[in-house]
Design a protein around this ligand. Structure first.
Ligand code: MN
Length: 423
């Protein structure tokens, strides 16, 4: 499949700095407002946002099949609900409008009124999340956690290589980058105690994940094949699945995560389309034992996306604590969606499906403090002094993601969240 907007030879009349993650080949969708502009949809280009509300209003999308100004809304749900092909048509049209060789928008006297400085905009939640599921699809992460809490010789439970394990999370507490969270309070069972105690979590952690957003329903009772899954996926965001390890340890048996996870998850504001990520496909590790037929798939279904996690203390220097990659997924997104719907569960437009913590093979590529500090036994040295076992009050956790190939750099921006003290 050739996607015109992905052509590495395209340039925009909007200036794009050298190391920008938002060249004309990306065009991620988001929702923003400014002091003067009501919430609306836009695409990122360089250090600007193209105001799609306005682009639609002046008729520049007239031939794109869009009959309603979905970009005037404060979520992208209605737009992505048009489906992946319609989204591709709009993205191709926007690419054409921003192309340095196309005069339509470039030569308008009022062209600057279509562009907003990203620094002047507040980014909002890009979608209203209908349902949220979190998988557990990185083998290294599952192995690390199994080794720590059970037995290194039997770290993976017997089902792990047969089922993309997941659980249903909480959609209402998913927040966009830039909003702080309060340290959660809850019930924990201290080591050696015989009664639980209540208080602020002492083992607050991040989980480095990516999440995909669905744009097509299957309808209750129908399943989605691994081959059809691509048509249901609009795009991806960075996802920080905040976790309170002490609360989790006490509550998770027998039904899994609950209050240790549902107090907040943070996402990056720009949805990078599956189309923009097509050039970054890569094969995942060979799956052995062979999976059941409904989980088998054709083609390259993993993505080569570099991921980084930083901790910025209240005062002091920022420290990079992890470098991982989305390619380290044992189960790919097509398998996740096929498994999720194989029983007839209905996938909705605007659902969010997170990957699970993405841990690479080396100790500096683990995707959580639990693993990086190995349950607190190996504190991480912070630049400028101090150390971290888990996340402290005043810390800001920042995740970034970038895919780079053939001179094209597709960025996700960042998800940045400050932790405030419990009240
Ligand atoms: Mn998670």
């Amino acid at each position: 499949m050739i996607i015109e907007a992905n052509n590495p030879d395209l340039y925009s009349w909007v200036q794009v700095p050298d190391r920008s993650g938002f060249p004309i080949q990306n065009l991620p969708f988001g929702v923003f407002k400014t002091k003067n502009l009501s919430p609306r949809c836009g695409v990122a280009i360089g250090e600007k946002i193209l105001d799609l509300h306005r682009v639609y209003d002046v008729g520049l999308l007239n031939d794109s099949g869009l009959r309603t100004n979905h970009f005037a809304k404060n979520t992208l749900n209605d737009f992505i609900g048009l489906g992946r092909e319609a989204g591709r048509g709009i993205r191709n049209r926007l690419s054409y409008l921003l192309n340095e060789q196309n005069a339509e928008l470039r030569d308008r006297a009022d062209r600057d009124t279509f562009l907003v400085d990203q620094t002047a905009a507040e980014m909002l939640m890009p979608i209203e999340v209908k349902n949220y599921t979190d998988f557990y699809s990185s083998e290294q992460h599952a192995f690390n956690v199994g080794s720590m809490f059970r037995d290194p010789d039997n770290a993976l439970l017997p089902n792990w290589k047969h089922i993309p394990v997941g659980y249903h999370g909480r959609a209402s507490s998913i927040i966009v980058s830039g909003n702080p969270i309060k340290r959660p309070k809850g019930q924990v069972m201290p080591e050696g105690a015989d009664m639980p105690v209540f208080g602020p979590s002492r083992l607050l952690d991040f989980e480095l994940e990516m999440a995909f957003i669905t744009c097509k329903e299957n309808g209750l009772g129908n399943s989605i094949s691994t081959a059809a899954a691509d048509d249901h996926i609009f795009g991806f965001v960075l996802f920080n699945d905040w976790s309170a390890r002490d609360i989790q340890k006490w509550e998770y048996v027998p039904l899994g995560p609950f209050l240790a996870k549902n107090f907040a998850s943070s996402v990056s504001p720009w949805i990078v389309t599956l189309d923009a990520l097509e050039p970054f496909r890569i094969a995942g590790d060979t799956q052995s034992p062979r999976v059941l037929p409904y989980l088998q798939f054709q083609g390259e279904k993993n993505f080569d996306i570099d991921l980084e996690v930083f901790i910025q203390p209240e005062s002091g220097e920022v420290t990079r604590v992890s470098t991982s990659n989305f390619k380290y997924m044992y189960w790919n997104v097509n398998q996740q969606l096929a498994h999720h719907s194989v029983n007839g569960c209905n996938i909705e437009v605007g659902d969010m499906y997170a990957s699970g913590t993405i841990s690479g093979p080396t100790a500096d590529s683990y995707g959580s403090m639990l693993e990086l500090s190995w349950r607190g036994t190996k504190p991480l040295k912070m630049k400028g002094g101090g150390e971290r076992k888990f996340i402290q009050d005043g810390d800001t956790v920042i995740m970034r993601g970038t895919a780079e190939r053939n001179g094209v750099r597709i960025g996700f921006g960042e998800v940045s969240t400050k932790v405030l003290p419990a009240d």
